[in-house]
Design a protein around this ligand. Sequence first.
Ligand SMILES: NC(=O)c1ccc[n+]([C@@H]2O[C@H](COP(=O)([O-])OP(=O)(O)OC[C@H]3O[C@@H](n4cnc5c(N)ncnc54)[C@H](OP(=O)(O)O)[C@@H]3O)[C@@H](O)[C@H]2O)c1
Length: 331
Amino acid sequence: MSPFKAYLIEEVEGKIQGAFVAMNESQLDAGEVTIKVAYSSVNYKDALAATGAGRIIRRYPCVGGIDLSGIVEKSTDSRFKPGDPVIATSFDIGVAHHGGYAEYARVPADWVVPLPVGLSLFEAMALGTAGFTAALAIVRMEENGLAPGKGPVIVTGATGGVGGLAVDMLARLGYQVTALTGKEAEFDYLKRLGAAEVMFRSALDLSRIRPLDKTLWAGAVDNLGGDVLAWIASTMKQGGTIASIGLAASPTLNTTVMPFILRGACLLGIDSGYIGEPYRSRIWQRLGDDLRPAHLLEMAHRISFDEVPDVFDGFLKGKARGRVVVELAGA
Ligand SMILES: NC(=O)c1ccc[n+]([C@@H]2O[C@H](COP(=O)([O-])OP(=O)(O)OC[C@H]3O[C@@H](n4cnc5c(N)ncnc54)[C@H](OP(=O)(O)O)[C@@H]3O)[C@@H](O)[C@H]2O)c1
C-alpha cells in the first residue's frame, strides 16, 4: 500500500490541532480488518474532537472521524473478505483509534458490520453514528412501550443530524412528531421531513420549569440536555419515555423526581458508542429497511476530504443542518 492521506489530530503545547498528513500502513492501529475508506461523515462529536472544544480524544495523535464506510482490503477474520462493503462506527474509532478521515483504516473485526441490503456506502454515511443513534433511541423507546397510538413524540435539536433523522424515522413509523428547533427558517424543511408540528425554542419559557406541567409527550428524543430536557421531563404523559442522547445545549440536568415517581416517566440513557452485537447489525439492517429515512438523500450534504476542517465551526455553533458526508475514495 503506498502512502495515503489522513487528517491527523494532535495535541501541541496543550492546544488541539488537525492537519492533513501522509501516513503509511505500518502507522495504522491494530485490527483484523483493513478497509479502503469510501466515505466518512461529520458528527457533533467529530467537531468537538477535532477542535478540542470537547475533550473527546483519549489518545493523541489520532486520525479523526468516528464513522467510515468502505471496501475490505485485507482481513484476518473469517467474517470479512477482500471486496466486502462494510461500515465501522463508534467504539474507539476517531477517539482512541485512527478513524475515518483517512484513505485507509484498520479496525478490530468486532467493530465492523456488513453493509446492509438497502443501503449504499454513501447512504450508510448519510446515516452514520447519527442515524444509528436515532434508530437505537427509537428501538429502546419501543422496547419500553412507546407506540404510535400513545401520543406525540418530541424531537429536540431537530435540524441536526440525529434530530432530523429521528423526525423522519418516527414519522415514517406512524408517530405524530413535534420538532423543536432553534432555527425558525427551517420550518418548511422540518415539515418536509415529516414533523406534524414545529416548535421554536424561543417560544419556551425555561426560566420557570414546574415539577409537573401540562402533559404533552408520550416520547421524547433529546439531543440538547439542560433546561430543555428538564422541561420535557415535566411535560411527559403518564408512562412516557425520554431517550437522552445529547448535550448540545448543556450537560447539566436540573429536575425533580416528580415526573418519574408520579407519572411513571422513564429516562433512558442512549449510548450508541459501545453497544455491540447482536443489536448493532440488527439496527443497521433495519436502517436499510423499515427505519430507512424517506428523505435521507435530501438531508445529506457531500463534501470533499479537503473541506473537512472547514465544517467543524458550524457544528459547534449549532448551525449544522442534516448530515455532512465526506467523500474519500467514493463508490
Ligand atoms: N449518546 C450517544 O450515543 C450519541 C450519539 C450521537 C450523538 N450524540 C450527541 O447528540 C447530540 C446531537 O448530535 P448531532 O451529531 O446530531 O449534532 P448536530 O448535527 O450538530 O445537531 C445538534 C443540533 O442541536 C441544536 N443545538 C446545537 N447547539 C445548541 C445549543 N447551544 N443550544 C440549543 N440547541 C443547540 C441544533 O438544532 P436546532 O437548531 O434545530 O435546535 C443543532 O443542529 C450531540 O450532543 C452529540 O454529542 C450522542
